[in-house]
Design a protein around this ligand. Structure first.
Ligand SMILES: [Zn+2]
Ligand SMILES: [Zn+2]
Length: 243
């Protein structure tokens, strides 16, 4: 109701809105205008600067755009992942980088709605009917932050879009993954992920969701655990791919 009121007021002028709705663009910091909504807390110019991965030629495994005719990028052609493929909506550059950093490192929990809003059409389209499994944050980071970023996104997707979520993985604290190369990440995370308590039967196909796809090591370990638990095919959907 109040949202409707704000939109009505918005038509009367920007200054009134800015008093009532003092949000800032989470990518560049400028005051949000009425074009932006709670679900889209970034300004119009930052929205225009987002870099969705377009075109059909993507690496079949990690989702990065390809120039060559090959099916896999050079990185993925050397690796064998436990998941089928990753699909990313954006390149991890520009405003989306800021948004993810605000979400995870500046504790902007409300950004879960934005991330859910971006992932939802992909879940409804290419992953229709599959339950989602959020890639869990490490126990240490969840304790420090007080909440688990992707679990939060999964909750929004369940509440607002009715997408079934299985928050069924837990992750012990290994060393930080950031800055490590693939092999080191893989060794770091090996054995730290397990199925949550009380998990009986898992579906045949699930979608792991995460914010960034970097080397694929975390997704690989999660997929391995799910497959050991009986899942046949694990897909990965991420907001952005770091190339
Ligand atoms: Zn902006
Ligand atoms: Zn690739």
């Amino acid at each position: 109701m109040w949202q409707k009121q704000i939109h009505r007021l918005a038509k009367t002028g920007r200054s009134v809105l800015e008093i009532l709705y003092p949000g800032l663009c989470l990518a560049c910091g400028q005051t949000l205008l009425f074009q932006s909504t709670l679900r889209f807390p970034i300004c119009t110019s930052c929205q225009n600067a987002l870099l969705p991965i377009t075109g059909h030629r993507r690496c079949a495994i990690c989702s990065i755009p390809l120039i060559s005719e090959l099916e896999r990028c050079s990185r993925c052609s050397k690796r064998d992942f436990a998941f089928e493929s990753n699909f990313s909506v954006y390149e991890y550059r520009g405003p989306i980088r800021q948004v993810i950093s605000q979400f995870k490192f500046s504790n902007r929990r409300s950004l879960a709605r934005f991330i859910a809003y971006v992932l939802e059409p992909e879940l409804a389209g290419r992953f229709r009917g599959m339950p989602i499994v959020p890639i869990p944050g490490s126990r240490r980071s969840v304790r420090r932050r007080g909440w688990d970023p992707m679990l939060e996104v999964a909750r929004v997707l369940k509440r607002d879009a009715g997408i079934p979520a299985l928050p069924r993985l837990v992750r012990r604290s290994g060393g930080a993954q950031k800055g490590l190369a693939y092999r080191a990440r893989l060794e770091n995370i090996r054995g730290t992920v397990e199925l949550g308590r009380g998990v009986r039967q898992l579906p045949h196909r699930v979608v792991l969701i995460d914010d960034i796809f970097t080397t694929g090591a975390t997704a690989d370990e999660c997929a391995r655990v799910l497959r050991r638990g009986g899942v046949k095919k694990v897909f990965v959907l991420t907001l952005a791919v770091d190339m």
